[in-house]
Every structure is written in C-alpha cells, then in structure tokens.
Write a new protein. Sequence first.
Length: 513
Amino acid sequence: MSETVILGKKVLAPDAAPAPASTFFIFGASGDLTKRLLLPSLYNLANEGVLDDGFAIVGVDHMARSEEEYRAYLTEAAADLPGVCDTSGNTWSWLMSRVGYVTGDFEDAQTYGAIRDRLGERAKTTGNAVFYLAVAPRFFATISEQLGGAGLLKEENGAFRHIVVEKPFGTDLPSAKALNARLLGVASEQQIYRIDHFLGKETVQNMMALRFGNGIFEPIWSKEYIDHIQITAAETVTVEQRGKFYDATGALRDMVPNHMFQLLAMTAMEPPNSFDADAVRTEKTKVIEAIRHIKPNEAIGVAVRGQYRAGFVNGQAVSDYRAEKDVAPDSRTETFVALKCFVDSWRWNGVPFYVRTGKALATRRTEIAIQFKRAPGVLFRHLPTALKPNLLVIHVQPDEGVSLRFAAKVPGRKVRLSDVEMDFKYADYFKAAPSTGYETLIYDCLCGDPTLFQRADTIEAGWEAVEPVVEAVTSGFDDVQFYSAGSSGPAMADVMLAQDGFQWLPLEREPVP
Ligand code: BG6
C-alpha cells in the first residue's frame, strides 16, 4: 500500500493487485451471514477494484430459485442495509452481472454434480474456486466431504480449491478434533480457511506493527515491566434472535477459545521471522499452547460466569436473559465470562492475563490494556495519592486507536502529579474505507494467504485451554452469577481482580482530562 494525503488525512491508496479470477460458491446463499457480511464485503472489494474481471459468485441453497430471482433477492437484501451498498451504481451492476445460483440440498450428491457443471462452464476463465460454508456447523463436514467425494477439491493445472469454514469450530476439544479430522480427510491444511473474524479487524492486525515495527515497545514487553494485562470484549447487544444457538453455547465457548485467545496471542506472541503464514501462526499457536491448564475443581477463583437479568442498556429496557426467545426459563448458560489466565513461558511467567467478555453490558468496547509496573515512589512519597501505573490501551473497537497513560507535573510551584493520556485515533490520521472486517479475510483467501486464518492446531490448543472450565460448567461445579443488563458484569468478576490487588478498567469512562 502506498501513502497519499487527502483532506489532510493520510490515506492508504489501494495498490493491491486484483485477486486471481475465481468462482466464489456461497453455501447458505440466503442466510443471514451472506446478507449482513459477505454481500457488503464483496461489494466493498469490487468497489476497491480488487476483484478480477473473471470473478463470479454462485449461491448454493436448497430454496428453488432462478438466477434472476437470486439477483433480485440480493438486491432487496442490500436495500435492507441502508448506506452499505449503492444498488443503483456501477459497482453493484458489475457484481450482479457475475452472480449465479445453484439450487440443491447440501446432503445430495446431485448438488455437487451441478457445481461441477458450473465449474466446467467457467473452465475457460478460471479453474480456481472458493467454497464458503456460511451454513450451520452441522453441515461443515458433510459439505466438505461431498465436495471431496465429487472431486471438487482436487487442485489440478495450477488451480486452487479453498474451503472457508465459519465458527463455531466444534463445541469442545473432541468435537473440534473430529471436525478437523474430517476436513483434513478430504483437503490439505493449506486448502482450509477457518475464519475468526476478529483477525480481520484493522486494530488487531496493527498489533504486529505496533509491537514489532517500533523500537520502544518490545524491550519492555515482558514480565519484568508488565504487571498484568486485561483483554475485554464488552457488547451492549443481547442474544437477540440467536437464543437457540446461544443457550446451547454460552459466552465461554462463543468467544474465548477463538476471538479472545486470538487477541491474547497477538499480545503475547514472540516476534516471527517473517509475515509468512506459518511463521506467524506458529508463534500464535505457541502462546495458546502455553496457556496454563487448570483442573476443573480449580475453576472457581479463576473463572466467573454471569448471566444478565432485566435492566437498561443505553436507556433501552432489556428483559431477563431467561425470558429471551428460545432460552430455557431455568438456563444456567453464561452471557458473561471472566477468566484469569497465565501463559507459562519465560517471557510471561507469573503475569496474569485477565479476559472478560459479555453481552448486555454498559457499553460496547473491545480493548487490550497493558498495565506496567509502578515507578518506585521515593521521589513522590510526600504526595497524597500513590502514583498510578502506566497503562497502554489498544482500542480495538469502536474508536480504534492506541492510548498511553502517564503521570505529568501539574503546572505550578508545588510538585503535584496528574495522569495524562496520549491518544492516537485511527480516524484522526487515516481515512478508512468502509469495511465489515471480512474484506481482508476474503481477499486473503482469494490470494491464497492463510496468515489471518486459524490452523487446526491453533483451534485445538484454544479448546484444550478452556476445556477444564467447560468441564466445570457442565458438571455443575460452579454456578452462574447474575448481573443487571447495562452494568459491567457480576460483582464476582471484580472480586477476582481485587484478590490480586487489581481492578478492571471501568467499561464506562471518560478519557483522562
Ligand atoms: C461472534 C459471536 O463470533 O462475534 C457473537 O458469535 C458476537 O456472539 C460477535 O456478538 C462479536 O463480534 P463483533 O465483530 O461485533 O465484535
């Protein structure tokens, strides 16, 4: 990417070459993910000019429709998302002229015959294909095996065949292992793209630039200088229409082994020797493998689960989680989880990583906060309040940026200190292109770059680390704590940190004045 300046802001000019021509099959062509995320992302990529002229989309779904009807469906779907796609512009017509449709049941071999025919028709343009599984998890292995059985995953004459698998990838360690085994039975690891959409977020990718592209952070990025780390993904949304999935899953499985551990891995990984996909993924996997495994009976004290009760989020009334649609009235499923983790490596030995995530909380905020050790106090011990530790916060979303808290002298004749904050905001420096976060991931998959996708061993290491907590939960060892919707989560989560002499950064806070 080259740098240009527009309206006083640095803009990354899209000098990325168009991804190689390919046919992009979407299984689950009428699903919510296709409508809310894939369609806008493909539109944004087309707008950027990084889709090749030979690119085509083929929706695959059991609902019988003509291609014309499918294009009309997508145009209507886009109209439901105001401000996302301009359906009257050239980009939209360009994209729609490349859309086809195959009606078929995912479990029926005939569907795959129709896909083979479609690829045959496209053979003069390209043999490359991406099979995007935007479907319920129970179909991941079935579709992959059907594709394999129909010979559609054979990479011949230089053409690639990639499968994209959405989350959740398994529901525990054995099911993740079983799914990996079935996928790897029909495709090689290089062909499988396991999505974790947090890795498509610009600020998450910026972690590598921040840590390894600057001389000042890495030397102090260790147990010698860092006291503890807090990783937060707080949401204001409730379970909305996803009660059925969510009640069987819970915040721990939904967010921790994947998104939260990816943030942790980005924070704690050793510098890789290159941006080569396996160099990066190996370093991240080493961190996740090094997360201390606890025993199920040790879960109390290092894990707190919460469930929201009625309350107000941003002034809107929210009902009890147990009263949500498709949620059991006596559900013990957590909508909040806080964990205390240790990475048992030389760099991090003894440094707690506190991880929390939850729904119906006071504010939406995803961030990584690195708290440094306090300065020795001899010079300032006459001051009424103790020195505060330095705090580096990576704001993942919203208001993407990085801030650093430090002490400064208050002007005047007496020595008094105050906390101040240096604040870098992406929006102040860069003009960002509209993005759902999936654009980078789709583009990378089309280009054959799996760096931002999860490898089989990474996923299994994540499940292995949370397994004892999952076990403690399923054996009824711990119990879920209640918290009011619109609060910061259950009080026990505060107690967990207080016992170590720390406190969570408030979810609702003003920047330091
Ligand atoms: C998904 C989870 O993977 O991530 C959802 O299933 C969660 O429950 C979502 O709301 C959060 O993603 P984002 O990008 O909105 O922070």
